[in-house]
Design a protein. Structure first.
Length: 200
């Protein structure tokens, strides 16, 4: 499936086949693609918690309005962002760059994020959101279905996965095989309502 076909075919799935197990090589291929997602200054804020333990999944389900997809999907991916990634050994984000490029970029990273807590948080969410979309499109390309979720208690899920204090949860994405075909699309806004040229 090419990229445009995957975008058109991707739908948010409510019910997953609980018997399907994603092969390890497919999981690795999927996340190898996700890790190519762009981030500001190549900081790679995202951290992907793959919750495989059944008891943990049950706990997350209870704080996610008991949505069956939490336990039934092949993968439950809690997408987290490290809000302080910008200050954690930033040289590693440019390890393949020339020394002169690194010397230029590192002070820029410091200047851009230092003292800007709201920006640090927003940037982590942006990076996680881009990665989530990459995850969903790559999964569809590999024959899998997905469902992004915000219907859960973030504080409680954070406790279950032992979320560090300097991280946030952007969303959860369920990945697996659809049990039922998706419902018809609810309705897209007209092209002219959302595509604006130059100014509002």
């Amino acid at each position: 499936m090419n990229t445009l076909e995957a975008i058109e075919a991707r739908r948010s799935i409510k019910n997953f086949d609980p018997t399907h197990i994603m092969p390890e090589d497919i999981e690795k291929k999927l996340f190898s693609s996700v890790l190519l997602s762009p981030t500001s200054f190549n900081i790679q804020h995202w951290r992907f918690v793959l919750v495989k333990d059944k008891q943990m999944r049950e706990k997350i389900k209870t704080v996610s309005f008991n949505q069956p997809k939490v336990t039934d999907a092949s993968l439950l991916v809690v997408i987290c962002g490290d809000t302080q990634a910008w200050r954690k050994d930033p040289r590693r984000y440019w390890k393949n760059a020339s020394e002169s490029d690194r010397n230029n970029l590192l002070p820029m990273i410091e200047a851009f994020y230092s003292g800007r807590e709201e920006m640090q948080k927003e940037e982590a969410i942006r990076s996680c959101s881009i990665a989530a979309q990459t995850l969903m499109i790559a999964a569809k390309s590999l024959g899998y279905d997905t469902a992004p979720m915000i219907g859960f208690n973030q504080i409680e899920v954070g406790k279950i996965i032992n979320l560090p204090d300097d991280h946030l949860i952007a969303m959860i994405v369920c990945v697996g095989k659809a049990k039922d075909p998706p419902l018809p699309r609810g309705g897209q806004l007209d092209y002219r309502q959302v595509i604006i040229e130059d100014k509002f």
